[in-house]
Design a binder for this molecule. Structure first.
Ligand code: NAP
Length: 264
């Protein structure tokens, strides 16, 4: 049981490396107990030991392959049955390389299972539980390629556009419930994802690569400032607001009885 002043438990998926491992550390430092989720249990256990010792919080490691229905179900059930859970970082994700025409169908399926299906199901379970409790935070890790799909792998970019859209809809649905939602859109961040997805990152200019620690600290600062969408490297937040504003200019004309004149 958590004490009354406890922050509760944060679930971090993909906590065995990269961005997820940093979230685990930063959230432990903020006083959250942790449930760390990934496939590599040995790595999770060693992170758990380190964080328990450093911060005196409770840390549990859960081995789960979130491309597998049974493992997603297990985590959903945990979310639904553990009243201490107050924060979800939907972070686990894989990258991909190459064109859609040359894509391996099995790899496409796996990416969508992890980056889209698992994220959706966990966000849905968390939304239900957190709404009931009148509090909670859902952080979904998207990517800047959600905004610039021509620059990157099609399935990966589309999966991240989905995460951004899901977060925006979810935020509208949860208005007034006390539940906070955030989409984080990292640019290139130094983690294992590049090597894991067979992408040679050596050609990426150093000025474009952020360290994972700096990325997560900025994302948490954005959360503290109440941002729905955080783009850690964007110097002027007004540029994002202008982008959202341009979308709203379209809004009154997106559904009419008649087609536009130019189509007649
Ligand atoms: P990473 O170091 O490769 O970490 C990925 C994490 O996901 C690992 O903990 C991995 O652990 C876990 N994972 C992979 N497949 C899994 C599965 N089937 N089931 C459960 N966990 C699984 O990459 P990262 O850069 O930190 O990525 C974290 C998130 O940031 C991803 O959603 C990624 O798309 C996003 N992102 C990254 C960048 C970047 O440039 N690095 C930019 C934008 C967005 P196991 O292998 O132990 O399962």
């Amino acid at each position: 049981m958590n004490s009354p002043e406890s922050k509760g438990t944060a679930i971090v998926t993909g906590a065995s490396s990269g961005i997820g491992a940093v979230y685990a550390e930063r959230l432990a430092a903020r006083g959250f107990d942790l449930l760390l989720v990934a496939r590599d249990l040995a790595r999770l256990e060693s992170a758990a030991d380190r964080l328990r010792n450093a911060y005196g919080v409770r840390v549990e490691a859960l081995k789960a392959d979130l491309t597998q229905e049974t493992d997603v179900l297990k985590l959903e059930q945990r979310l639904r049955s553990d009243a201490s859970v107050s924060l979800l970082v939907n972070n686990a994700g894989v990258g991909a390389n190459g064109s859609l025409a040359d894509a391996d169908p099995g790899q496409v399926q796996q990416l969508i299972q992890l980056n889209v299906v698992a994220v959706t199901r966990l966000a849905s379970a968390a939304a239900k539980v957190f709404t009931g409790a009148g509090r909670g935070v859902i952080i979904n890790i998207a990517s800047v390629v959600a905004l610039f799909p021509e620059r990157f792998n099609a399935v990966y970019s589309a999966s991240k556009a989905y995460v951004l859209s899901l977060t925006q809809s979810l935020n509208a649905e949860l208005e007034g419930t006390g539940v906070k939602v955030q989409a984080v859109l990292p640019g290139v961040t130094r983690t294992e994802i590049w090597e894991r997805s067979g992408i040679d990152a050596s050609g990426i200019p150093a000025e474009m690569i952020m360290e994972a620690g700096e990325m997560v600290d900025a994302a948490l600062a954005g959360l503290d400032q109440g941002e729905l969408v955080t783009i850690p490297s964007l110097p002027d937040a007004g540029d994002w607001q202008a982008f959202v504003g341009a979308r709203m200019v379209l809004a009154p004309n997106l559904s009419h009885r008649s087609a536009a004149e130019r189509y007649k």
